[in-house]
Ligand binder design. Structure first.
Ligand SMILES: [Zn+2]
Length: 279
């Protein structure tokens, strides 16, 4: 009613009509307001999401155009010199700027495939966001994947927001990208002893049920650096690493990140040995 009282004329008119009218008007008005809010919220969410998807699709198309130009340029540079080299450097710079913007915006790894060509030209970016397995090759097996699973006995559906890698106690755990230790938590419940790392482009990783922690909060770490060892702390039935990736604060499936760096480096090695002399 504060609103009405600021307009003397209106408040007088409403009061004159009596309390009952005021109440009825208030209720109907509120209902109308709520409905309007819900509709506009729905519209905003729908449209907002649609637009960001469209932006990503557009970005993918632009990247494809860059790829074409770069390929043409690389073919040219086999025959001619200087001019194409400058042009190539210019293209690569433009591509890097695009990749960086793209990496900040993508919601998960499903868009990464459209980046693979460019990551070959800027492979150092693969050290700055999760692109590897946190345990050494041949030292683990995946015991539980990301996503929903129906319990075989209780039939309860439970969402698993990370990947479980079973490995013996004491197996070394490696950071999957460079970053800063955001948190080291010693808990008897849940994740048990766990580490959270901040990476570039809005990525975070979590390493759960650890036995030992070899880093401290605020420390800068390199990709593949040993940060702790596998254990069975917290709610865990046997030694394993529970590994999570967060992108822009949402938990996402880490599986596509596991062989990302290896895949691109392998391709890089292959294309380098195939076209010697061309970067
Ligand atoms: Zn788990």
């Amino acid at each position: 009613m504060k609103f009405f009282s600021s307009f003397g004329f209106w408040s007088k008119k409403v009061e004159a009509k009596g309390l009952e009218t005021k109440l009825v008007f208030g209720k109907a008005g509120l209902r109308y307001f709520v409905v309007l809010m819900v509709i506009s919220l729905f519209y905003l969410v729908q449209n907002g999401l649609g637009r960001s998807d469209q932006q990503l699709e557009d970005a993918v198309k632009t990247m494809e155009l860059y790829e074409l130009r770069l390929e043409m340029n690389l073919n040219d540079s086999l025959n001619t010199g200087q001019g194409t080299a400058i042009e190539r450097e210019r293209l690569l710079m433009a591509i890097e700027t695009r990749i960086v913007g793209f990496l900040y915006r993508i919601p998960d790894y499903s868009y990464i495939s459209s980046l693979e060509t460019y990551l070959k030209y800027r492979p150092n970016l693969l050290t700055q966001f999760p692109a590897a397995v946190p345990l050494g090759k041949g030292k683990y097996s995946i015991s539980r994947d990301y996503g929903f699973r129906i319990h075989p006995i209780s039939k309860n559906e439970k969402n698993h927001v990370g990947i479980d890698l079973s490995a013996p106690d004491g197996t070394t755990v490696h950071a999957t990208a460079s970053g800063t230790i955001k948190e080291v938590v010693y808990s008897k419940k849940g994740y048990g002893t766990h580490i959270i790392i901040w990476h570039r482009f809005g990525f975070e990783t979590l390493y759960g049920h650890l036995e030992k922690v070899l880093v401290h909060k605020g420390e800068s770490i390199a990709q593949h650096q040993i940060i702790g060892t596998v254990g069975s702390t917290g709610s865990s039935t046997g030694p394993h690493l529970h590994y999570e990736i967060l992108k822009n604060r949402e938990k996402i499936d880490p599986r596509p990140s596991f062989d990302l760096k290896k895949k691109i480096y392998d391709e890089l090695f292959f294309s380098n040995s195939r076209t010697e002399g061309v970067e």
